[in-house]
Each structure stands twice: as C-alpha cells, then as structure tokens.
Ligand binder design. Structure first.
Ligand code: SF4
Length: 384
C-alpha cells in the first residue's frame, strides 16, 4: 500500500508550524521538532525524547521523516566521497563531499535538478536532458545523507565538523529552481538546526542574470560564476546561456550583487581547456573583464569524460595562467583533481546508473520478462 504520510523534511519553519497547528499542537512544538529533525538528525518520532508520547504517536500517524534513498556510495583514495541518491519517482541525483587539502573539513556539493536544461559543452550533466527540479526536501536531504554517512549528528555546539561548507554546484542550474533551493538553503542555514553559516554556502550559477540580485538579497550566500571564457564568442560556444546574458551584462550583474565585498569576493570558476582559453593573453583579458570587482578565481583542470570534446590544458599553461592572476593580486588556486577514481565528473555517476538500468532492461526484454516489478514508466525512464 502507498504511504501517503507527508514528509516533514524540506518544510520551512513557517510551514512546519502550520502543520503542527493543523494537527492540534501548540505552535512552539514546531521548534522542538525542528531541533530533533535538523540538529539531532532524528528520523524516528519514537526516539524524540523531548516530545510527549501522545504527540509522537500523532506525528507517526500523519508524517514521515524521509531522506533521499542511498543508491550507491563511493569513496576515493583522496577522501572524496560521492553518493548516488534515489527519489520516490525513480529519479536520481548526485552529491559529493570534497575534503580540504588538510582533510579536517570540506564541502558538500549539492545538486539542484535532475539533469539540466543548459547544454554547456564541457559538462557531463549538460549531456543529460532536464528531468525535473528537485524539491526542498530532496535538496537539503542530500546534505543530511552526507551527515548520516559521516555520523555528524547532532550538530556540535562549537560548530566543529567535517562537513563544514555547502556549494550548490552539482547537477543543474540552481537559479532555475530558485524557490526550492532557497527554502532548502534557509533550512541548512538555520542556527537551531543544521547551522551552516551563509558565509560557508556558495551558490554557483552559469550566469542567470535576472535571478542574481534576488539571490544576494534573499539568501546572502557567496556567489560563484561559471565563467570559463573571456570572449562572448567562446563562452557562447561553451555555455549557450551566454547568448542570452553576454559577458558585459553578466559582469554588471556581478558588480550589482548584494553583499559582494573584499571580504566576500565573487568566485569565478574557470575550467582550463587546452588551446581554447588558457593563453597568457586570455589571462590578461580576464583581468580586464573583472576590473573593479571583488573577485577571486578557481582554476579547474578539465576532467575528461567519455565522449567529451576537450582536453585539459598543459600543467605549465595552467601554472602560467594562475601566476598572471596572482601577480595582479588575485587569489587563483589551481583546484586539484579530486575523486578521479570514482566517476568524478558531475553527472557521470547518474549516467553510469542509467546505463546499467538500460542494459538490465535490455536483458530482461530479451528474456521476454515484462513484469509488474519493472513497470512501463520505469522502463521508459531507463531507456531515455
Ligand atoms: S555546467 Fe551547470 S549549468 Fe552547465 S550544463 Fe552543467 S550542470 Fe548545467
């Protein structure tokens, strides 16, 4: 029988309070429940000792506390950990934990969509069609699964924990699913629960200009721009969204980003592609482009995936590019390639899973098996 109970994860504080009132509880009960859900990471109402037995039963009858389903977990030798997560409709998305070099702390990279509408040519996820937006529960739930995996519940008072930062840089364009992303990030920021400061959260966009101001005003998180090119010609080839919001418009939106300052610089992500965007002249053009902006750079050696049309720049060229930026006073670290032993390119794990489902389906169809455990809708998903 289908479980029709509502998932409490992903509800804003206001919505959680409204749900408590609707079942006859006092509004302050929502605060106790919030603490259990997001500070203690509790999933079983009957273990919530700050809540009366009567209320536990009432909650159990009406609600569930549900994380995305863990389909696959992979750990790299370098400490990177990757999860393929499943949702009730059969869709999947990826989440990655990338430790800092000292391995004391690190960043959880979260997906905002299944697939992506954009078709950035260097990006593996860009080869996948957009299936749907993720819900707030599915977005914040990714972080909660990561905390489950590292056993980091409850939230320690001193804030000391390995999973210290969040970046919305997984599958999808977060600005195209902004309402759900905003709800999820507000939950993650809430000091009574998960408690990740907005200073430790970064939202990365391909440059959806009309949403950038709202993001800064409503969330106040750090902004990262997937830049990758210094001319409109090349950027439009790499990132077709540039045709709609070309570099001049994008740079102005960066200048207008609320809260950007020397202590909160905008990060420009720049993927290093051999012979395309990695010359000394490109580096100098980049400096002109961001002149006057509180900026820092993240240089990303291209991580090739099967079928990709690009090659990674030579190490010496990347070094030269970085030196030019740094000699002009900008931070421009070269991001070490992480997790290369665990299908690290964004979207690669999901594609691999889709491929496996597809070949299982092919096998089953070849055997003439067409059973109720593999209904038509799932078959269609596996094929597409
Ligand atoms: S880089 Fe980001 S916006 Fe572009 S296709 Fe990949 S996931 Fe989508």
């Amino acid at each position: 029988m289908t479980d029709t109970r509502k998932n409490l994860i992903g509800l804003s504080r206001e919505d959680l309070t409204a749900e408590m009132v609707a079942i006859g509880e006092k509004p302050y009960r929502a605060k106790q429940l919030w603490h259990q859900l997001y500070n203690r990471g509790e999933t079983d109402f009957f273990n919530m000792t700050t809540i009366s037995k009567v209320m536990q039963q009432r909650l159990h009858e009406q609600f569930v506390v549900e994380r995305p389903r863990l389909e696959r977990e992979m750990s790299s030798v370098d400490g990177t950990r990757k999860w393929l997560l499943g949702f009730p409709d059969g869709n999947e998305a990826e989440t990655v934990f990338i430790p800092d070099m000292d391995e004391e702390r690190g960043t959880v990279c979260i997906s905002s969509q299944v697939g992506c509408t954009l078709t950035c040519t260097f990006c593996h996820t860009g080869t996948q069609l957009l299936v749907r937006n993720l819900t707030p529960a599915e977005i914040v739930g990714q972080f909660m699964v990561a905390r489950d995996s590292y056993g980091e519940w409850p939230t320690p008072d001193d804030g000391g924990r390995k999973l210290s930062n969040i970046v919305m840089m997984g599958m999808g364009e977060p600005m195209f699913n902004f309402d759900n992303v905003a709800t999820a990030l507000k939950i993650a920021m809430d000091g009574d629960g998960i408690g990740i400061s907005k200073r430790r959260i970064t939202l990365s966009t391909s440059g959806v200009v009309p949403m950038m101001k709202r993001c800064g005003e409503e969330l106040g998180v750090n902004l990262a721009i997937s830049l990758h090119a210094v001319t409109d010609e090349l950027r439009s080839e790499l990132m077709p969204i540039n045709k709609k919001y070309p570099l001049k418009v994008l740079m102005q939106a960066c200048r207008d980003y609320p809260g950007a300052s020397n202590s909160r610089r905008i990060t420009f992500e720049y993927i290093m592609l051999k012979g395309l965007n990695d010359s000394a002249a490109d580096a100098k053009k980049l400096l002109q482009l961001i002149r006057g902006l509180p900026a820092k750079f993240n240089l990303i050696p291209f991580n090739p995936w099967p079928g990709s049309a690009y090659e990674c720049s030579a190490p010496a060229d990347i070094r030269r590019f970085s030196d030019i930026l740094q000699d002009n006073g900008y931070s421009a670290p070269i991001r070490a390639s992480r997790g290369s032993d665990i299908l690290a390119a964004c979207g690669q794990l999901r594609s691999e899973s889709q491929r496996q489902k597809c070949s299982r389906l092919t096998e089953r169809l070849a055997q003439g098996i067409d059973d109720e455990h593999f209904p038509a809708q799932r078959q269609q998903q596996a094929i597409s």
